[in-house]
Each structure stands twice: as C-alpha cells, then as structure tokens.
Design a binder for this molecule. Structure first.
Ligand code: NAD
Ligand code: UDP
Length: 316
C-alpha cells in the first residue's frame, strides 16, 4: 500500500514510518519539522519506498494514497502551549485537510487522538464511553479541545460522507527519539538523571500516569488501522495500564540509570490531571492487542538511547 504519515518525522511517527517500510509498504512522511527532526528518519531517506515532504497540515494537499495516519501535532505541553493558536489550527484544520483528501482519494484515515480528551478524569480507569472532564478555557485546552474536535470531524466525515475512519486515544507513550528538550516527564527525568541534575517533580508527585513503550503503541495503531468491525470507527484506547505516581517514576528512572538522584519540586501546572490509566478492554477485544513491554524494560531501552544521544550532542 501507499501510506501517508503526517508528523512522520516526530517521535511516534518515525517509528511508524520505519515499521511500515519494513513491512514492504510505500511510505510518504509529511512534516513541517516543528518538533520533528530529520535525524529521526535519516536512516530511511535512501530507501526507494520512502518519500519525505516538508508541508504544513494546515494547508491543503492532494496525494494519491491508500491509508493516512494523521499524527501531525506537537504532543508535549511545552511545545503545544508555545503557540496555542497554531496548535488548534494544526489539529482542526489538519484533520479537515486530511479528511478532505481521504474522501477524495477514498483512503482510510486514522486520527491520533489522546487520553487528554478525558481531561482531569473523574472516573478511573478511563473507558472510551467516558465523556471527560475538560476545561475549555485553560492552558491545556488548545490541545485537549482541538483533539476533541478532530474526533468529532472524523465521526462526521464518516457518518456524512462514508469516509473510512479510525480514532486512537493514545495514553502517555515514551521511548527512543523523544527530544531531549521535549519537556515530557520520562525524557525530562532520564536526561536529568544522566546529566547528574536534580529531577524536577511538579507538585507533590502523587499524580499518576500510565506509560506505554512506543513499539507496543505502534503495534496497536497498525492493528486498529487494519481491522474491520461494525463499531471500529468509534475511539479505541491504546496504552499500558501499569500506573505510576511521578514519585515512583523518578525512583524507577534512578534504578535504571544507576545513580542516586535528588529531587527539586516545582509548581504543578494548571489543570494537570491527577490520575490517568487506560481501560484497554476494547483494544483487547477488537484488536487482540495487549502491551508487552513493562516500564522497567522500556526505560532500559530509552535510557540507552538518551545516553548515546547526550554524548553525541555534547561532543558536537
Ligand atoms: P512529536 O511532537 O514528536 O511529533 C509530532 C510531529 O508532528 C512532529 O514531527 C512535528 O514536527 C509534526 N507537526 C506538528 N505540527 C505540524 C503541522 N502543522 N504540519 C505538519 N507537521 C506538524 O509528538 P509524538 O509524541 O510523536 O505525537 C504524535 C501524535 O500522537 C500527536 O498527534 C500527539 O498528539 C499524539 N499523542 C502522543 C502521545 C504521546 O505520549 N507521545 C500521547 C497522546 C497523543
Ligand atoms: N511532570 C513532572 N516533571 C517534569 C515534567 C512533567 O513532574 O519534568 C509531571 C506533569 O506535571 C504531569 C506528569 O509529569 O503530572 C506527566 O507530564 P507529561 O508532560 O509527560 O504528560 P501529560 O501531563 O501531558 O500527561
């Protein structure tokens, strides 16, 4: 198949490009390089089945493809709050442009949504039928609300125009190729521990997240894209239900890096969700999918990546 991946030079997108190329598909990677980088896909550039297009999803484009993975959007709070209006445009206009293309060329399209659509959730763990508890006027709203609109657009293009859509609600995912200045907690803690700096815990560190290793996530979204079922157009959670407080995560990182760590507490950001854990029954049932890589193992791989990366960056 010919497959378009928007945001393909980013963290998750680059793993997806690699995986689909290895499966024998033609892959078009489209990216504006806001948080993505050429290095993530450098090893694919010589492959005759790989094509790179510098383009912004807020602008229309027409490509003849069979499938579209719409991943373009900054995912770290630091980056999506840098230019919040642009974040909304990326999610909303990006979804409209990609859905328009999918409709025209009859491609199947998968939207990368997020556990953030549940906001600061009042039910735990989160099931897909939970409508969420989202502030529509806060600092996180540019991301949360525009992803909710992207989901709405997917469902309306499906119901109104018969577009073959999929929605994945991705829970916190980590692994190699996150940016060292990404700002998300796993990369922050690992980079800080490797540099011998204090780990920055926001608030008292009792808030929880559930961390999924990137290979497990990629497997889940490829299965979702390629599964047919009556209610397959409705959202599916993909994440690892292993739930940790940020204090526990700091200790796990310390164990993996093998250093004694010191902690600096910083203020908790506005609207920071107190708890988050996916209920993955739907993914299990529809896709036969389960995560296979526990946090300790995923952290080992991620620490190994950052150790090399930091050495390279510091020797430049
Ligand atoms: P990332 O920031 O590494 O990747 C996003 C990619 O999109 C980057 O390559 C960036 O340059 C590109 N991009 C941003 N705006 C664009 C635009 N207007 N036009 C074209 N390209 C643009 O983030 P990621 O972690 O790889 O996330 C990928 C997707 O998964 C995002 O849609 C994100 O919302 C979603 N997601 C990720 C997580 C996670 O934990 N990693 C969790 C929930 C949802
Ligand atoms: N966090 C932290 N220290 C950091 C970065 C983040 O304690 O250096 C906390 C943050 O407040 C949140 C959790 O870690 O409670 C996860 O943050 P991240 O930005 O990784 O993801 P999100 O909040 O979008 O789930």
């Amino acid at each position: 198949m010919r497959i378009l991946i928007t945001g393909g030079a980013g963290f998750i997108g680059s793993h997806l490009c690699e995986r689909l190329i290895n499966e024998g598909h033609e892959v078009i990677c489209l990216d504006n390089f806001f948080t993505g980088r050429r290095e993530n896909i450098f090893h694919l550039l010589d492959n005759h089945r790989f094509e790179l297009i510098r383009h912004d999803v807020t602008e229309p484009i027409l490509l003849e493809v069979d499938q579209i993975y719409n991943l373009a959007c900054p995912a770290s709070p630091v980056h999506y709050q840098y230019n919040p209006v642009k974040t909304v445009k990326t999610s909303v206009m990006g979804a409209i442009n990609m859905l328009g293309m999918a409709k025209r060329v009859r491609a199947r399209i998968l939207q990368a949504s997020t556990s953030e659509v549940y906001g600061d959730p009042l039910i735990h763990p989160q099931t897909e039928d939970y409508f969420g508890n989202v502030n529509c006027v806060g600092l996180r709203s540019c991301y949360d609300e525009s992803k909710r609109v992207a989901e709405t657009l997917m469902m309306d293009y499906h119901r109104q125009n018969g577009v073959d859509t999929r929605i994945v609600r991705i829970f916190n995912t980590y692994g190699p190729r996150m940016l060292e200045n990404d700002g998300r907690v796993v990369s922050n803690f690992i980079v800080q521990a490797l540099r011998g700096e204090n780990l920055t815990i926001y608030g008292d560190g009792t808030q929880t997240r559930s961390f999924c290793y990137v290979d497990d996530l990629v497997e889940g979204i490829i299965r979702l894209m390629n599964t047919e079922a009556e209610d397959i157009h409705l959202p599916v959670n993909i994440g690892n239900p292993g739930e940790f407080t940020m204090n526990e995560l700091a200790q796990e990182v310390a164990k993996t890096v093998g250093t004694n760590i010191k902690i600096t507490h910083l203020p908790l950001p506005q609207d920071d969700p107190k708890q988050r854990q996916p209920n993955i029954s739907r993914a299990k049932e529809l896709l036969g999918w389960l995560p296979t890589i526990p946090l300790a193992k995923g952290l080992q791989k991620t620490v190994a990546y950052f150790a090399k990366r930091i050495e390279k960056v510091e020797n430049r």
